[in-house]
Design a protein around this ligand. Structure first.
Ligand SMILES: [Zn+2]
Length: 262
């Protein structure tokens, strides 16, 4: 009985077009999480030099554990778009961009920092997917960063459906620490980081501002702490990993295959 109810709520939360559960709980307009899971009131704004564009795959609707909107809430110059494809970077952003090559796209594809024997935490790749020459010059000219929010296969779909990304500077991460998700979520991204942790690494690194990473990671830890609290009191809002639906198991199975398809 109870299990079925959890499933229904989880399905409604992961699919906004499904009928809302009868006992509907208000949602935060900023992070779009059910109010008990929202930590927006404690977000410290960050003044960033680099603009942020977060493209979210429509199926990435893990509202309870997702981080894209919480991430965007920290910045004045951050845009979240939900969809599969946009004709150009300018269209995705909603304003003209002079030179797409001054934007980085964080996309792993077939390249993994460990395989490339990269030493830095942020690595710029060339068109062939090799470590690019003159990393410092590449990073110096960047004006913004595009993050693909979703699982590994969703990020891959976004990459292939938006050919304008080829004009951008492709970067990958070589994270020094494992994700703070721990056991709550198995490898949300192929580099194992949540979107907010990936942003923390890339923005702090490119802007040489360790405080950006501290602020974002602290917010993420607060979000996870709240999730665990809610798990104890209102488990239907914050299901334990074991209670997750089939799709999550499928993702996990897929991701255990060796890397390197794209
Ligand atoms: Zn919120």
């Amino acid at each position: 009985m109870l299990g079925r109810r959890f499933e229904r709520i989880a399905a409604a939360m992961s699919n906004p077009t499904a009928a809302a559960p009868a006992e509907s709980i208000p949602e935060c307009p900023h992070c779009q999480k059910p109010m008990p899971l929202c930590i927006c009131d404690s977000v410290t704004p960050i003044e960033n030099r680099l603009a942020l564009l977060i493209l979210q795959h429509p199926q990435e609707q893990d509202r309870a554990l997702g981080t894209a909107r919480l991430l965007a809430k920290h910045f004045e110059d951050a845009t979240v778009r939900v969809g599969l494809s946009w004709p150009s970077l300018s269209k995705a952003l909603g304003h003209p961009v002079e030179n797409a090559s001054h934007w980085a796209v964080l996309y792993l594809g077939s390249a993994r920092a460990v395989d490339l024997e990269a030493e830095a935490e942020i690595v710029a790749l060339n068109r062939k997917g090799e470590i690019a020459d003159n990393q410092r010059a590449i990073f110096g000219k960047l004006e913004g960063v595009v993050l693909l929010d979703g699982t590994w296969s969703q990020a891959k779909a976004l990459w292939w459906r938006n050919p304008w990304m080829l004009k951008c500077q492709r970067v990958i991460l070589n994270p020094a620490h494992p994700s703070r998700y721990g056991r709550l979520r198995k490898e949300p991204r192929k580099d194992g980081l949540s979107t907010i942790e990936a942003a923390a690494t890339i923005l702090a690194g490119l802007e040489k501002r360790p405080d950006i990473a501290v602020t974002l990671n602290t917010s993420f830890e607060r979000m996870l702490a709240r999730y665990r609290e809610v798990q104890a009191e209102m488990p239907e809002l914050a299901p334990k990993p074991a209670a997750k639906g089939r799709s999550r198991d499928f993702r996990r199975r897929k991701r255990s295959h060796p890397a390197g398809v794209a």
